[in-house]
Design a protein around this ligand. Structure first.
Ligand code: ATP
Ligand code: MG
Length: 327
């Protein structure tokens, strides 16, 4: 039997090249070897107080981009998280297997709740704290063996593993304890305006990310303005996070390893280097956007089909879990 993989992307903003390199690209590579369940995490998006019309648009865009990137609905189950009610039920059950201490120690919670305070908005949404149990539920419902994630999600997956083990000890073997799959290249694509920070689709600074639906010419310009350093020499070093980030993006999009990319780029000055990276990105965007337009009209049908398959598995899991805990 094929091993199972589950993963999703939150419908909070425009998908970035970080999401593509750190997540989607790997889903596509894994879909022949594994049984994949890939969803659009629309429930997760609610932690940001997102406007309904924007959420509706984001959801469909992400599904269309999954398809455009090469996810094949004949091989991979693609669905919207909110079409499977079991995600909400398991979240509540797992919240009761988790402590506030554990959740408030999550780096992402600390970062995201701090952000709010700086904006003078002292209201921290509860979902920001409990989001990791919803994520744990997303994974455990399907008994995933493997979860492909970027580096930023490592801590949440570790928590998921702890919850699964705890539950299994308490109630008898119920969940598979999932393993992380972190990509070899691009586990953390950095912001273009501050290469010490992760590139994020929910960032307010448009120049900090390349969105998959950015106008290719605008994306090209963002690369020309990306923050580097003053050395004007292209090589990978911890001291040169901006340059290393652009080399990483280049390598991933060209499907070559970092060493080879570095060799191809090392004799260029920064202007030439950025031109080269910009062109690779431009070509990639033109291609994916062309497919995105074609696939957009299939989104609803594919999501309905996917939800049917996902519901079948998730409902069975919930029945089992309810029985174990005495509901
Ligand atoms: P948000 O700002 O809303 O948290 P995000 O860009 O971090 O958005 P998520 O929906 O949280 O996106 O994550 C979706 C997937 O993309 C996860 O697997 C995550 O690890 C991966 N990912 C997100 N950002 C990056 C990045 N900069 N580099 C590599 N992988 C990333
Ligand atoms: Mg994130």
């Amino acid at each position: 039997m094929k091993k199972r993989i589950v993963s999703g992307i939150t419908a909070t903003g425009k998908l970035t090249i970080g999401n593509y390199i750190g997540a989607i690209k790997n889903f596509v590579n894994l879909q022949n070897k594994y049984e994949l369940f890939i969803f659009v995490a629309d429930l997760h998006a609610l932690t940001t107080n997102i406007k309904p019309e924007i959420l509706k648009k984001n959801k469909k865009d992400i599904m269309a981009l999954y398809l455009a990137a090469g996810l094949n609905p004949k091989k991979t189950t693609l669905f919207f998280q909110s079409d499977v009610n079991a995600h909400g039920i398991i979240n509540w059950i797992l919240e009761n297997q988790t402590t506030i201490g554990e959740l408030s120690r999550m780096t992402q919670y600390k970062d995201k709740s701090k952000l709010k305070k700086n904006n003078q908005n002292k209201m921290i949404i509860t979902g920001l704290l409990t989001y990791p149990t919803l994520m744990s539920g997303d994974i455990l419902l399907y008994n995933a063996d493997v979860v492909p994630i970027g580096k930023d999600q490592k801590q949440h997956l570790e928590l998921t593993r702890n919850i699964a083990k705890r539950f299994n000890n308490k109630y008898g073997k119920t969940f598979v304890v999932p393993k992380p799959y972190i990509p070899k290249i691009g586990e953390k694509i950095m912001s273009l305006t501050n290469p010490n920070k992760k590139m994020s689709k929910s960032s307010k600074i448009e120049k900090s990310y390349i969105a998959l639906l950015d106008e290719p010419e605008i994306a090209y310009k963002k690369i020309q303005k990306a923050m580097t350093d003053s050395e004007n020499k292209v090589y990978i070093s911890e001291k040169k996070p901006g340059v290393a980030n652009l080399i990483t993006i280049y390598a991933s999009l060209k499907n070559i390893d970092l060493k080879k990319a570095e060799n191809q780029l090392k004799d260029l000055n920064y202007a030439e280097f950025k031109k080269e990276v910009g062109n690779v990105i431009k070509k990639f965007l033109i291609n994916i956007q062309k497919k995105y337009k074609i696939y957009h009209k299939n989104v609803d049908t594919i999501a309905i089909e996917g939800a049917k398959k996902a519901n079948k598995i998730a409902n069975k899991a919930i029945k089992n879990i309810k029985n174990k805990i005495g509901l």
